[in-house]
Design a protein around this ligand. Structure first.
Ligand code: HXC
Length: 258
């Protein structure tokens, strides 16, 4: 499907979505977010896809929600249209692993979009921040909730209240990103990680995602209970039989994703 503000392609079992408003630093306008949601939904439903990578360009993953679009919105405009909830929440319902490959600026809604992904891989050039306070507003796509969960209260308060940016090294030290790689290796690395994930049993990868996400939503005992039930469920999969047989027979498993 041709999109206006994103580019999409598949490479084997990996889907790649590139945010494509480079002149505006990939500022996230409603149409872009609708397109992103459509593409994500399509890949989530596609049996041939096992993992999804979202990226921007070398200057910006995304410099936030589109300020020019937002500037004249009234309270009634955003409240009645359910701004953000309407177009930004698709990604939360995606069940396959989603990787953010971040180079350059990931600010405001861009940082929030990265945090909605399951793994964030950063180029050395990456800069993360929640600078909305500069604009007389504050993070509205989960930043005040996901950032403290990722980096702790002290740094989350610092970033949201001072608007300072965090570089890739600090983001890795703080737990916001899982790996930092040289800028020219970002896409190779992100696609390799996605390919690796997509080579495993898809239902198991989906269960891992579901179980880890539970850690944010519930108590430890409920989370462990959920994990145990999902673990038991893997014994109903052909892929568990194949994976364990392959180990015992000293060969590579051939997963059928069921
Ligand atoms: C609209 C944006 C934009 C944005 C950049 N541009 N960010 N347009 N919305 N969020 C546009 C600029 O206006 C400019 O357009 C072009 O992209 C290039 O940007 P420059 O500022 O000229 O580049 P540079 O000097 O390199 O600075 C890069 C930057 C800066 C540090 C990223 O652009 C910046 O501070 N952007 C805003 C970051 C921000 O405040 N983000 C939070 C947004 S609020 P022209 O036409 O002049 O070339 C938000 C709310 C979240 O995200 C709540 C819910 C999602």
């Amino acid at each position: 499907m041709p999109y206006e503000f994103i580019l999409t392609e598949t490479r084997g079992r990996v889907a790649l979505i590139r945010l494509n408003r480079s002149k505006q630093m990939n500022a996230l306008n409603p149409k872009l977010m609708q397109e992103l949601g459509q593409a994500l939904d399509g890949y989530d439903a596609d049996d041939g896809v096992g993992a999804i990578v979202i990226t921007g360009n070398e200057k910006a993953f995304a410099a936030g929600a589109d300020i020019a679009v937002m500037q004249n919105y009234s309270f009634m405009d955003v409240y009645k249209s359910n701004y953000i909830t309407r177009d930004w929440e698709h990604i939360r319902n995606i069940r396959k692993p989603v990787i953010a490959a971040v180079a350059g600026y990931a600010l405001g809604g861009g940082c929030e979009l990265a945090m909605m992904c399951d793994i964030v891989i950063a180029a050395e050039s990456a800069k993360f921040g929640q600078p909305e306070i500069n604009l007389g507003t504050f993070p509205g796509a989960g930043g005040t909730q996901r950032l403290p969960r990722a980096v702790g209260k002290a740094k989350a308060m610092d970033l949201c209240l001072s608007a300072r940016m965090m570089d890739a090294a600090e983001a890795e030290r703080s737990g916001l990103v899982s790996r930092v790689v040289p800028s020219d290796k970002l896409m190779d690395e992100a696609l390799a990680v996605a390919e690796k994930i997509a080579s495993y049993s898809l239902p198991v990868a989906m269960m891992v995602k579901e179980a880890v996400n539970r850690a944010y939503e519930t108590t430890l005992s409920e989370g462990v209970h959920f994990e145990r039930r999902m673990f038991h469920a893997t014994f109903g999969l052909d892929d568990q039989k194949e994976g364990m047989a392959a180990f015992v027979e000293k060969r590579k498993p051939v997963f059928k994703h069921r």
